[in-house]
Design a binder for this molecule. Structure first.
Ligand SMILES: *[C@@H]1O[C@H](CO)[C@@H](O)[C@H](O)[C@H]1NC(C)=O
Ligand SMILES: *[C@@H]1O[C@H](CO)[C@@H](O)[C@H](O)[C@H]1NC(C)=O
Ligand SMILES: *[C@@H]1O[C@H](CO)[C@@H](O)[C@H](O)[C@H]1NC(C)=O
Length: 350
């Protein structure tokens, strides 16, 4: 009698446990993918994570705090009714910054309008505001006036939900503002998702017959679908039969197309790609793939892969001692593509 009751208890507990396990399983492995499938907000959390941006407590006016000399902070309206503005840094080329130290009221506008230096618009990666990438500007200032800006929803730009199409439109309008400020050549530099956004902006400008002199892509990915699957959170679900359908394929439906491959194939100016071999966020095979495709389509494209021992990773390509030389060569090449056809460092197909 007692034994059968014990058995009954045992069976009941086992059944309850099994049911809870099955429920939990479905809640996690069906509920979460289905939520991601249907939620633009959740997808945006991975693509444009504007919460917790680094560095904390940013002070955009206080350049000295970040060891920067010869810069100004400004805000540029990028739509018709002055409701959207972007926070922008204009940093002088190092040579001019030295001059700036000598004068009290340095005329930045005049300097930008009439200098012999080209200008670069820097499109940053998704995990920081424009301060975070200051070390890269340091390298770029050897050659350029640097225009570093925050996308909408980032930094102290207008706090709006960032979408690919809106960021590209804002960037197009920022370019137009910049074009009015100077006659100098304008280049684009894009890092990670910024590489995708810079290429997308560039081809939009091309359609309006507005030229960009050259494009630099730092650690780009091929498509957001390929990139997002490297995220540990995504990997956790990757064995599910419905993983791709729910968590990956649905991104473009919510506006996250971010197909660098596609944009690159429409770019008409010269392209330089630089990627570290020890990049753990975006493997360098992405750049090899982009390079291969661009080459097949007869783009003028250069690929520089940085060796492991430099430990550049995804965020420190600026450390590579060769980088200034690569940039210098690319500027020369953009200015006169025919002359540098057989440059030993580059594999050009023009
Ligand atoms: C401003 O509005 C005009 C007319 O609606 C449009 O053609 C133009 O592209 C707009 N410009 C910007 C910066 O949005
Ligand atoms: C990206 O663009 C390429 C070239 O247009 C296309 O072949 C590919 O299918 C696109 N990838 C995705 C995921 O949309
Ligand atoms: C690229 O150039 C080669 C040689 O000039 C030509 O045969 C090929 O058709 C071109 N490819 C494209 C996609 O234009």
């Amino acid at each position: 009698m007692q034994i059968t009751q014990r058995w009954k208890k045992c069976i009941t507990i086992t059944v309850i446990l099994a049911i809870s396990l099955i429920l939990t399983f479905f809640l996690i492995f069906l509920g979460i993918p289905l939520s991601i499938l249907n939620s633009e907000k959740l997808q945006r959390h991975f693509v444009f994570p504007t919460h917790n941006l680094l560095p904390e407590n940013p002070d955009y006016e206080n350049f000295h705090k970040y060891n920067i000399y010869g810069g100004r902070n400004l805000y540029v309206y990028v739509n018709n009714d002055s409701s959207v503005y972007l926070g922008v840094w204009h940093l002088l080329p190092h040579v001019l910054a030295d001059e700036y130290l000598l004068y009290q009221n340095y005329d930045y506008e005049n300097s930008l309008a009439h200098s012999n230096f080209p200008v670069v618009m820097h499109f940053h990666a998704n995990g920081g505001n424009r301060i975070k990438f200051a070390n890269m500007y340091h390298v770029l200032r050897k050659f350029f006036h640097v225009i570093a800006f925050d996308y909408r929803g980032y930094g102290d730009s207008t706090s709006l939900r960032p979408t690919e199409i809106d960021i590209v439109q804002d960037s197009v309008n920022l370019y137009k503002w910049l074009r009015d400020q100077t006659e100098a050549d304008i280049y684009f530099w894009g890092h990670s998702v910024g590489a995708t956004l810079s290429a997308h902006t560039l081809i939009t400008l091309q359609q309006e017959k507005l030229p960009v002199k050259g494009l630099f892509l730092e650690a780009p990915f091929t498509t957001i679908q390929e990139q997002i699957q490297l995220n540990p959170f995504y990997k956790f679900f990757s064995w599910l039969p419905w993983y791709k359908y729910t968590m990956v394929d649905s991104l473009p439906e919510h506006g996250f197309v971010l197909n660098t491959t596609e944009y690159l194939l429409s770019v008409k100016c010269c392209i330089m790609i630089v990627h570290a071999k020890d990049d753990r966020n975006s493997p360098f095979r992405f750049s090899e793939e982009l390079y291969g495709l661009a080459q097949t389509c007869n783009k003028s494209v250069t690929l520089h892969l940085l060796p492991d021992h430099l430990r550049c990773g995804h965020y420190s390509i600026r450390k590579a001692p060769q980088l200034p030389e690569y940039i210098r060569n690319h500027i020369r090449f953009c200015r006169d593509p025919t002359r540098y056809l057989h440059h030993p460092h580059n594999k050009f197909i023009v």
